[in-house]
Write a protein that binds this ligand. Structure first.
Ligand code: OAD
Length: 254
């Protein structure tokens, strides 16, 4: 970890002094569990599968089997991974700081599987399908789908209430964020006195605006990312390291 011990110590002190903390995660949080991020060249999900061809309402209506099959592949990949020490550090921290709010842009369930509760999924979840017509929630069986790389065509299941097709419970490009989760996250960012931002390129709004909202309202911002992002300009602490390495050190006994 190429984070200077002094900036880590200072960041730990800021956490110790904080009374209202928001933890905000992006795809980099799950990278060390083996879940592809979005924009990393070549390894990123979008580098191999054009998002607009798959992650939109129109793409689904055009070809439900292609889109459902792709999301089932992503879900099967996630079920084949495990939360890492960074996820566990956040879950243990939240158990010691019940007022801490965990907001994620990720659609995986790694925070939950590490023990975090009440996770605010701003971009939805791969584990919460719903009917495309009546929005009734659907449910997956417990079996772990084994899908080929990139997925295959799969006919989406049908809604038990109206027999409509189920869709993935994720926010597609051009769709609005779930209002309840967004309002909760926005208020938490406005009221917190410290935000820890982990593994996001800070490019996709409105979620990417939360760190600036926190700073504008007087909060201290800690960023954990091995690379530079637009958030470097507003963060009080830029810990240039990985989520799995930095979080256990940063949050230990805080
Ligand atoms: P990105 O893939 O855009 O950015 C991932 C960030 O994590 C990058 O800045 C990487 O440098 C960083 N990173 C990579 N490995 C890391 C590690 N081990 N530890 C810490 N950081 C690491 O993913 P997001 O910013 O989450 O939206 O993307 C935001 C949204 O864009 C996604 O939620 C998705 C996508 O379109 C929707 O699906 C609606």
């Amino acid at each position: 970890m190429n984070t200077s011990s002094s900036s880590l110590t200072q960041a730990q002190k800021a956490i110790q002094a904080a009374r209202s903390i928001v933890i905000f995660t992006g795809a980099g949080m799950s990278a060390e569990s083996g879940v592809p991020t979005f924009r990393d060249a070549m390894t990123g999900l979008w580098a191999r599968f054009p998002a607009e061809a798959l992650a939109t309402y129109d793409a689904y209506i055009r070809d439900p089997e292609l889109v459902w099959g792709w999301y089932e592949w992503r879900r099967s990949k996630i079920l084949g991974t495990m939360p890492h020490a960074g996820h566990c550090a956040i879950a243990e921290f939240s158990q010691r700081h019940e007022s801490a709010v965990l907001v994620t842009q990720n659609v995986d369930n790694l925070h939950e599987r590490a023990g975090s509760a009440d996770v605010l999924h701003l971009h939805g979840s791969l584990f919460a399908p719903r009917c495309i017509d009546c929005s009734q929630p659907g449910a997956f069986s417990d079996e772990h789908p084994q899908e080929p790389e990139g997925g295959r065509r799969i006919a989406p299941p049908r809604c038990k209430s109206c027999n409509g097709l189920l869709r993935p419970g994720v926010v597609w490009f051009g769709e609005s964020l779930p209002q309840k989760e967004w309002q909760h996250a926005k208020v938490a960012a406005e009221k917190c006195d410290l935000m820890i931002c982990i593994g996001t390129s800070g490019l996709v709004y409105p979620a990417a605006g939360l760190p600036a909202t926190a700073v504008r309202n007087g909060a201290t911002l800690i960023q954990i990312n091995p690379d530079e992002t637009p958030l470097n300009a507003i963060a009080h602490f830029n810990l240039h390291g990985s989520a799995r390495n930095v979080l256990p050190k940063l949050l230990r006994n805080r």
